[in-house]
Design a protein around this ligand. Structure first.
Ligand code: PRP
Ligand code: MG
Length: 213
């Protein structure tokens, strides 16, 4: 049988993924300091590929990767999120989506079109649509907390973990939207044909759920 290919999201949750792989003695093939993007574990018959978080769903949906490990934020933002199976909540990378604005300012006038700055336009659109709030999206690629301070937007939709970034920039949460954590996703066809091997891998990760994050 071919190796099972697992797409790992680079960045915020990468260290937590390695920690879990180390507990499972599955990390030996991965050179964390290397610029290499593909690692083969011949013993366990797993190939790991390192990709940008926003590309994990694409690799899995297209079947190039059988499994992916990525944040729920990235899954929700991807328009093909319904095309993959979500198999396990790994419980690390915990944070939440919130609407935030300048502290003490009434940022949220229902009758007006709200200017929303975000890296996550799909999530923001879906959220405000369900509430009947008219919005204009201002798509940014990072440092979105700046937008309401300099008058680019009324509010932001962004991830909040410790709340330090909001606080440091004089912003406050207007509303919490949903909780986020890291997930294992699977390609639908691969799940059907490699069910045993995939469940074995998922069960291994599930056995680490009680570990401290
Ligand atoms: C993320 C997120 C928030 C911050 C939340 O930004 O967009 O700004 O972390 O964490 P906190 O509540 O613990 O402060 P990131 O550092 O990834 O940078 P970017 O938004 O510029 O991409
Ligand atoms: Mg940020």
């Amino acid at each position: 049988m071919d190796n099972i290919v697992i797409a790992i999201a680079k960045g915020r949750i990468e260290k937590d993924i390695y920690k879990r792989l180390k507990i499972l003695n599955m990390e030996e093939c991965i050179e964390t300091d290397s610029r290499k993007l593909i690692f083969k574990d011949e013993e366990n018959k797993i190939t790991y590929i390192h990709v940008k978080p926003s590309d994990v769903v694409t690799y899995v949906e297209k079947g190039v990767a059988d499994l992916g490990i990525v944040g729920k934020d990235t899954i929700l933002e991807n328009e093909n999120d319904n095309e993959v199976y979500e198999l396990l909540d790994l419980g690390f990378g915990k944070c939440k989506f919130s609407v935030a604005g300048v502290k003490g300012k009434n940022n949220y006038a229902k009758e007006e079109t709200l200017k929303v700055a975000t890296k996550y336009p799909t999530i923001a659109k879906n959220y405000f649509k369900s509430r009947g709030q008219k919005i204009q999206i201002i798509k940014l690629n990072g440092s979105v907390e700046l937008a309401p301070i300099v008058g680019l937007s009324d509010v932001i939709v962004d991830l909040v973990e410790t709340g330090n970034t909001l606080k440091a920039n004089g912003l406050e949460i207007v509303e919490d939207m949903c909780n986020i954590s890291s997930r294992i996703i699977a390609n639908r066809v691969s799940y059907k044909f490699n069910k045993n091997k995939i469940e074995e891998i998922v069960n291994k990760f599930a056995s680490t759920l009680d570990e401290k994050n």
